[in-house]
Ligand binder design. Structure first.
Ligand SMILES: NC(=O)c1ccc[n+]([C@@H]2O[C@H](COP(=O)([O-])OP(=O)(O)OC[C@H]3O[C@@H](n4cnc5c(N)ncnc54)[C@H](O)[C@@H]3O)[C@@H](O)[C@H]2O)c1
Length: 342
């Protein structure tokens, strides 16, 4: 494991969906770990869930704010501004909202995927060290459906796969932002999510029977929570965790395409190269003489000839050695801003 273990003692944690089946059990463990503040954002107030957490919360660190993740970016910004005003800063964001009712396409996509994207980007802006923040940790709860899509739940699987890919992309910016991102993929877990589940492609289906028939017995939310907290404390950037049948496993996600910088971490690489966008570095290299001196700018014919030669050379290389002449990609990525700043 590359990262240092993170202690939860004294941390300010925002848990979205903290009143759900997995949320309550995880929240109980978080307060047991001595967090300074646990701010639960949930669509609805849930007295019995709050009381369960309160029983183990001897220091009264748990607070609640009503929030619907489908409310959009402006509402999300506004609630996070209120949280930061209240707590001072956010150390850890847990994206734990998810629904499995596929028949309303828009709702499942805006809850599971857009909701996670909005809250992540807003929290990101507060945490980002390059914008004056203190860094932080963002953990998103996806599903094993992000690792192996469920035939009967194609839209749910797509939203969870989207969370996984979104998280892996942003994790590459950690050297600049100081924000660690990871995804946790629980297997089937005994919560009320199972009673509300419906599929966009099948009329009637016994979901629990389906899970059991495939030998995926349901784990308890308490077992799942222990492993979620373990994964959060391990604090490994870009990690994908599978948390199924009471076990926690780090999943290796392979990259099948080699991006222009060759490493898949363009911004990080650009930063190491003194903030020069990775695409333009490749361009400059081709314009230098062997002794390293910059030669005169070529005219248009020379430029085209050079480009053709480079393309031929690139095509002759085995795929992993290829370096593309992409002038704008690095710059675009460096200038990447969340729409929050606009
Ligand atoms: N239970 C499982 O088998 C299972 C398996 C894999 C992944 N997951 C994922 O784990 C997470 C938690 O699942 P769970 O089983 O505890 O679900 P749950 O239904 O018990 O809890 C979900 C919580 O989210 C809240 N919520 C729903 N819509 C909301 C919205 N629009 N805005 C704010 N809050 C909203 C609900 O009020 C509830 O408190 C979800 O992302 C789910 O997809 C669950």
């Amino acid at each position: 494991m590359e990262e240092l273990q993170m202690e939860l003692t004294g941390k300010n944690i925002v848990y979205i969906g903290g009143f759900g089946g997995i949320g309550v059990e995880t929240s109980k463990l978080l307060v047991k770990n001595g967090v300074a503040n646990l701010m639960i954002l949930n669509k609805t107030w849930n007295e019995s869930a709050y009381n369960e957490i309160y029983l183990v919360d001897t220091n009264s660190v748990c607070q609640f704010m009503a929030f619907d993740v489908t409310a959009g970016l402006a509402e999300t910004r506004s609630i996070f501004a209120k949280i930061v005003e209240k707590l001072g800063h956010i150390d850890v964001l847990i994206n734990g909202v998810g629904i499995c009712e596929e028949r309303d396409f828009d709702l499942i996509i805006s809850t599971n995927l857009m909701g996670t994207i909005n809250t992540t980007l807003v929290a990101y802006d507060h945490m980002d060290k390059s914008k004056g923040g203190r860094g932080g940790v963002i953990v998103s709860i996806a599903s094993v459906a992000a690792l192996t899509p469920f035939v009967i739940l194609p839209i749910y699987s797509a939203t969870k796969g989207g969370i996984l890919t979104f998280t892996r992309a942003l994790a590459a910016l950690k050297p600049k932002t100081g924000i660690t991102l990871s995804t946790i993929c629980p297997g089937p877990t005994e919560t009320s999510q199972w009673t509300r589940m419906n599929s966009s492609i099948c009329k009637e289906i016994d979901f629990k029977g389906y899970a059991r028939g495939r030998k995926h017995t349901l784990q308890s939310p308490a077992e799942c929570a222990i492993n979620i907290v373990k994964a959060i404390k391990t604090n490994e950037n870009g990690a994908t965790w599978m948390c199924d049948l009471g076990q926690l496993k780090l999943v290796e996600i392979k990259n099948f395409w080699t991006p222009p910088c060759g490493k898949g971490q363009c911004c990080e690489t650009a930063e190491q190269r003194n903030n020069t966008p990775c695409g333009s570095v490749e361009r400059q290299e081709t314009k230098q003489n062997q002794d390293g001196k910059q030669r005169d700018k070529p005219n248009q014919d020379q430029e085209e000839g050079l480009q053709n030669k480079t393309t031929e050379k690139v095509a002759a290389l085995p795929p992993r050695k290829r370096k593309y002449e992409v002038s704008d990609l690095g710059r675009d990525m460096q200038n990447m801003k969340t729409s929050l700043n606009s």
